[in-house]
Design a protein around this ligand. Structure first.
Ligand code: TMP
Length: 213
């Protein structure tokens, strides 16, 4: 039985997940939350991240990509996420299994049942207690990261990101209990408030009203 709380943040590139994660880590400081990112979060997973995002790897096949994301996730789940949840910690992860369905499934066009099996194999079926989906128009996402050098996935273009966005919305419709959609066109402060309200409901449900309880 895992005692901790697992929250994941999802959305297209430029949806503001990383800024939201930073704010949540600050605002929930009393719970000593552990912030993670995917792919990444362990030395091996960070090396796999470099392979995945390197623009030199233009010929990477969609299934190779899916297996690499799964490998990075497997290492993170086994060495960080599961042990932390067993110790009763709170985890806030920037991306998790829904990214694979949205990007490699709806974005790249790989079969969803293959990706669901892959997610199951790489995580042992571990799902977040709550997933906050930051929904934003990909064109707005692109404007927000206009100053950054695009990585391999970001170079896939706006039509790709639009498929990913629609994929996320479909995934959220299928799991409304776990996945809550936040309107990420709103200013960050409003999105943070919306996210904290969802998290508070989860904390109440889990009897976590006091830090450490
Ligand atoms: P990040 O920029 O949000 O850190 O994520 C890196 C990129 O990897 C981002 O474009 C989304 C993509 N990605 C997938 O395509 N599949 C996955 O399973 C994950 C975790 C990320």
């Amino acid at each position: 039985m895992l005692k901790g709380i697992f929250i994941s943040l999802e959305g297209v590139d430029g949806s503001g997940k990383t800024s939201l994660k930073k704010e949540l880590l600050c605002r929930l400081d009393a719970f000593h939350p552990l912030g993670l990112r995917e792919p990444g979060g362990t030395p091996i997973s960070e090396k796999i991240r470099n392979l995945l995002l390197d623009t030199a790897n233009e010929d990477m096949q969609a299934r190779t990509e899916a297996f690499l994301y799964a490998a990075a996730r497997c290492q993170l789940v086994e060495t960080v996420i599961r042990p932390a949840l067993q110790e009763g910690k709170m985890i806030i992860a920037d991306r998790y299994i829904d990214s694979t369905l949205a990007y490699q499934g709806y974005g790249r066009g790989l079969p969803l049942d293959f990706l669901q099996q892959l997610n199951q194999l790489s995580t042992g079926g571990l799902k977040p207690d709550l997933t906050l989906l930051l929904d934003v128009d990909p064109a707005e996402g692109a404007r927000r990261r206009a100053k950054d050098t695009p990585d391999r996935l970001e170079k896939a273009g706006l039509l790709f990101q639009e498929r990913v966005r629609q994929g996320y919305l479909q995934i959220a419709r299928e799991e409304p209990q776990r996945i809550r959609i936040l309107d990420a066109h709103k200013p960050l402060g409003t999105v943070v408030g919306d996210a904290l309200r969802e998290i508070q409901q989860l904390l109440t449900k889990k009897g976590w009203n006091q830090p450490g309880s």
